[in-house]
Design a protein around this ligand. Structure first.
Ligand code: KIV
Ligand code: NA
Length: 270
């Protein structure tokens, strides 16, 4: 039996070999990613990359749990983290506890992630003290897009830089076991990483972090919206397009299915 990576092993990687993290939303992809990843995040990005929403605002806790169950059926060794979606945790630590305990109990995942503005420190502490490991998420917080008119890198002025630092410090002090830093300049990510105890996981936040995460569909070239920080390790959209074009042509010319792909039952007493 494969042993699953736990929260202490993730914490112990602070300053060591960088943590390899990707998002996963379904069982077949989770099975492929699992042996190569330390953390699989069931991200609320699934609203955009799987369900076709314009932002993550419309994602529900039930959607997260459905996809979390699928990932947990296939992921055997990576630590699986479930994103708490917009509206499921911000109101109070109690509301967050109810959502987080459902997410863990119904999926079997080991941790939740919340987008952690400074206000969220109280919630991180409340959950952690009650046995729910929490990953923080600071800097560019996609669930705050309505206030900000879209997705914008953070830390361009002093007030913003100070806010990102505070978000990271407070999440760390409140007990977050790891903190995603999204969309900030390298020197901010480097300073935060040096200063806090929790490992930092960067997305658009330079190689100075203790690990990296990308949205799997971005990295595989399956989703066309790609910000500056994404590296495409494959261009699967082209592979899918070529395959479906060839299939369509074969169906129309009756080249598919061929004899080898066709049943022919011989009569029994022929
Ligand atoms: O939802 C998501 O995919 C995320 C990561 C990109 C950090 O929050
Ligand atoms: Na997210």
């Amino acid at each position: 039996k494969i042993k699953r990576i736990g929260v202490p092993e993730i914490r112990a990687r602070k300053g060591g070999e960088p943590l390899v993290c990707l998002t996963a939303y379904d069982a077949p992809m989770a099975r492929l990613l699992d042996p190569h990843c330390d953390i699989l995040l069931v991200g609320d990005s699934l609203g955009m990359v799987v369900h076709g929403l314009d932002s993550t605002i419309g994602v529900t806790l039930d959607m997260m749990i459905l996809h979390g169950k699928a990932v947990m059926r296939a992921a055997k060794q990576a630590l699986v983290v479930i994103d708490l979606p917009f509206g499921s945790y911000e109101k109070s630590p109690q509301q967050a506890f109810e959502s987080a305990s459902r997410a863990l109990a119904e999926t079997g995942a080991q941790a939740v992630k919340i987008e952690s503005g400074v206000y969220a420190a109280e919630t991180i502490r409340f959950l952690t003290e009650r046995g729910i490991p929490v990953m923080g998420h600071v800097g560019l917080r996609p669930q705050a897009a309505l206030n900000e008119g879209g997705f914008k890198a953070k830390g361009r002025d002093d007030a913003e830089r100070e806010r990102v630092f505070r978000e990271a410090r407070e999440a760390d002090a409140a007990g977050a076991f790891a903190i995603v830093i999204e969309g900030v300049a390298e020197e901010i990510a480097r300073q935060i990483t040096a200063e806090i105890a929790a490992p930092t996981i960067g997305i658009g936040a330079s190689a100075a972090c203790d690990g990296q995460i990308l949205v799997t569909q971005d990295m595989l070239g399956l989703f066309d919206w790609t910000p500056k920080f994404v590296r495409r390790y494959a261009q699967l959209s082209g592979v899918v397009e070529d395959a479906v074009k060839a299939y369509g042509a074969d169906v129309k010319s009756r080249a598919f299915p061929a004899a080898a792909e066709t049943y022919s039952f011989k009569p029994k007493n022929g």
